[in-house]
Design a protein around this ligand. Structure first.
Ligand SMILES: Cc1cc2nc3c(=O)[nH]c(=O)nc-3n(C[C@H](O)[C@H](O)[C@H](O)COP(=O)(O)OP(=O)(O)OC[C@H]3O[C@@H](n4cnc5c(N)ncnc54)[C@H](O)[C@@H]3O)c2cc1C
Length: 571
């Protein structure tokens, strides 16, 4: 093999997994090259909320919400059972160390919000806070002209032509006159944005996934870690049981790059790839994805071609959102509307089928389950005028004026009628059942107890409700005409099926033996959560921890270019 370049570590994909791996490799003194197939960093990570689920961290203890790894272990045992235990243990063991490592040695920093419950917050060992950590906001101006290299969030997650809004900013911007502090905070946010727009194409006050990506990118840049843009993994070069490097298209030039210590795949799984979805999600009516279009299965496919095994033993092959569709936008209904009081979801029968305030994944999973007996894809979110005024629905923002509502009605995103029977006719669901569903729900709203599905019955449900609404923060009558409906479909946020690995993220072959020199992290690695969505941040958390573990493993391999596993295989 004639190599055009040689490095210690070759990383593919500049999302959470790949940027973390490249950063840790550089911090460990290794000669690393990060290859990203597009001209921007971030992948799906850039459009995400940026939450990482990592139990037992020092950050949680420091921020006053301590968590215990033993509790997390109990919780995971209750949620997942005895599956992927070795990888799970590796994750639990290394999580706090990985966070500390990044916090002390780079600009990648997190805080633990005072409340952010696990999704099944009635399970033993669950945490109400401390496991889900949020990246600290970041000032994009620090990146200089590199700011343009940070993939922006999807448009509906920004306001006023490019201003990012975090969860904590929403009440401030919706009710700036609620207090002096709110007013001052709102004015500060708006002034900063106005100043930004004089010089930048969007706001530079970054929060959530964009802050996380910018922090990783900044940390790489200030250490001069080489990043090749428009650099696409084409195939892996494998010699017997060892991956030696890869063929990479950089711009319009094909290059061979040797990786003396290892190749780390972090190309984001295959959620938007229809062919791979057809293979691993056969028969499931899931036609849309919220993941970045470029995360299209390149690393996954290259590793399979090099003999890697696929791990597809999951309760669900992917993690889901319920999403509404408008032109090119697949809008995920994450937490702003479903759990709020005054909304129900019904299927084609006009009947409820789920606790609407459960997590997005559980909601979509219920759609798929129910769909086997009664058409539930799409399902319909039903609310009244007062709900839109107070909370908004999907792309329709809280307080939307009549003109905006008219536009969404004309574009058939929003369906509207003066009576529920008329609304049912318009959207093709059984009218008398819809009427009964709303009447029953309204009765539950009076008592505060949803006898059918328990909406608002857990800490997690209530966290996303409206605390000012009594007695149940997630229930209030649907009674103020006109009535509205929005269709939602299950969409993939990321894949759970992925490459089979061990606890050091080493890719395994069909015999369960590590392919020396090959690692997979992020969504290229099979999810340790086995398709069960246990809490916020369960894809980015492992992406961070296994990127750290992979580099620590290859950094400690005794002989460059061989790696301990190769010697074990040939022994
Ligand atoms: C709206 C939304 C909110 C979310 N919020 C959260 C959250 O808060 N917490 C959480 O844990 N998860 C969240 N997720 C899921 C999470 O964003 C993804 O699971 C995660 O970003 C995947 O990270 P990754 O590093 O594997 O891939 P990505 O971030 O997608 O990065 C992959 C990169 O690889 C590049 N690439 C692809 N092919 C090649 C190739 N051949 N050669 C070189 N480069 C290549 C891509 O261009 C891309 O830049 C959310 C998802 C969405 C859609």
């Amino acid at each position: 093999m004639r190599w055009d370049h040689q490095v210690d570590v070759l990383v593919f994909g500049a999302g959470m997994g790949g940027m973390t791996a490249a950063l840790v490799a550089a911090l460990e003194g290794l000669d690393v090259l990060l290859c990203e197939k597009t001209d921007q960093v971030g992948g799906t990570t850039a459009t995400s909320a940026g939450t990482v689920w990592i139990p037992g961290s020092n950050q949680a203890a420091r921020d006053g919400v301590p968590d215990s790894i033993d509790d997390a272990r109990r919780f995971l045992a209750a949620e997942i059972g005895p599956r992927a235990e070795a990888v799970r243990e590796a994750f639990l063991e290394a999580g706090p160390a990985a966070l500390d490592y990044l916090e002390t040695r780079s600009e990648v920093k997190f805080r633990a919000p005072p409340k952010h419950p696990d999704y099944h917050s009635n399970r033993p060992g669950r945490a109400l806070a401390g496991r889900a950590l949020a990246p600290l906001p970041f000032d994009g101006r620090l990146l200089g002209k590199d700011f343009g290299r940070v993939r922006p969030p999807i448009a509906p997650f920004m306001v006023l032509g490019g201003m990012m809004v975090g969860k904590d900013d929403i009440p401030i911007l919706l009710k700036p006159f609620a207090s002096v502090q709110s007013f001052v905070a709102a004015v500060k946010l708006l002034l900063r944005h106005a100043t930004d727009r004089l010089r930048y194409r969007r706001g530079t006050r970054l929060v959530m996934g964009n802050a996380l990506v910018a922090r990783l990118f900044y940390s790489l840049r200030i250490r001069n870690v080489p990043i090749a843009f428009d650099a696409k993994l084409v195939e892996l070069v494998r010699d017997k049981n060892h991956v030696d490097g890869a063929v990479v298209d950089i711009g319009d030039k094909r290059q061979t790059i040797r990786a003396r210590r290892g190749v780390i795949l972090a190309t984001g799984g295959f959620a938007p790839n229809e062919t791979l979805r057809g293979e691993f999600m056969k028969g499931l009516p899931v036609a849309h994805s919220n993941a970045f279009a470029g995360a299209s299965g390149d690393g996954f496919s290259a590793a399979r071609a090099a003999g890697a095994a696929v791990d597809d033993e999951h309760t669900n092959p992917a993690f889901y959102f319920p999403s509404s569709l408008h032109q090119d936008t697949v809008y995920p209904h994450i937490l702003l509307d479903r759990a709020k009081p005054g909304l129900i979801a019904v299927n084609k029968d006009g009947r409820r089928f789920v606790n609407e305030s459960d997590s997005y994944h559980d909601f979509a999973e219920a759609m798929l389950r129910t769909n086997a007996a009664t058409p539930s894809v799409p399902a319909w979110l039903i609310c009244d005028r007062g709900f839109i005024r107070d909370y908004g629905i999907g792309l329709v923002r809280p307080g939307a004026r009549s003109r905006e509502i008219e536009r969404f009605v004309a574009e058939e995103y929003l369906h509207r009628a003066d009576t529920l029977i008329e609304l049912a006719q318009r959207i093709g669901v059984v009218g008398k059942n819809l009427l009964r569903s709303v009447q029953e729900h309204n009765r539950y709203a009076e008592t505060g107890v949803d006898e059918a599905f328990g909406k608002g019955g857990t800490e997690y449900n209530q966290f996303n409700g409206d605390p000012a609404n009594k007695p149940n923060p997630c229930l209030r009558p649907i009674a103020e005409p006109p009535f509205f409906a929005v269709a939602v479909y299950p969409s993939t946020m990321g894949t759970c099926v992925g490459l089979s690995t061990d606890g050091d993220a080493r890719v395994l072959d069909e015999n369960g033996v590590p392919i020396a020199g090959l690692y997979a992290v992020g969504n290229d690695m099979a999810s340790l959560f086995r398709g069960v969505y246990v809490g916020p941040g369960i894809t980015l958390g492992p992406a961070l921890v296994f990127a750290y573990r992979a580099v620590m493993h290859l950094a400690s391999s005794a002989s460059a270019g061989l790696g301990d596993s190769r010697r074990r295989i040939s022994a």
